[in-house]
Design a protein. Structure first.
Ligand code: FES
Length: 114
């Protein structure tokens, strides 16, 4: 029998890869990942979703799925997204981060890694 899980400090956590690679290799930073991160953070705050017990938006280094970039991953569901623009970010915030509904059309293809 396993111990009950501790309550989670955040209900959901989204990580945006902001990694920049040298030498022309595929990377999320080449797809304006910083702007998407900034936009997500602002939207989450504006919706009143930010904070303990709610949502945290974090930057990350390379998540090793560069070929699918730009990518972001949401925990605890471990759902990976490949987004294109800020409208996609708005949809992730409204649908997944706010209401727990996965945005199927933005899911990262499962076979795409680095
Ligand atoms: S550079 Fe973003 S996943 Fe590797």
């Amino acid at each position: 029998m396993s111990a009950p899980a501790a309550p989670s400090y955040y209900q959901r956590h989204i990580f945006f890869c902001l990694n920049q690679r040298a030498g022309g290799e595929a990377c999320c930073a080449d797809h304006d990942a910083q702007a998407a991160f900034d936009h997500c953070k602002a939207r989450v705050k504006a919706e009143g979703l930010a904070g303990p017990g709610k949502v945290r938006v974090n930057k990350s280094g390379c998540l090793d799925r560069c070929a699918a970039g730009p990518v972001a991953v949401v925990y605890p569901e471990a759902v990976w997204y490949s987004y294109v623009d800020t409208a996609d970010i708005d949809e992730i915030v409204e649908s997944h981060l706010k209401n727990g509904q996965v945005v199927e059309r933005l899911l990262t293809p499962p076979h795409l890694g680095r």
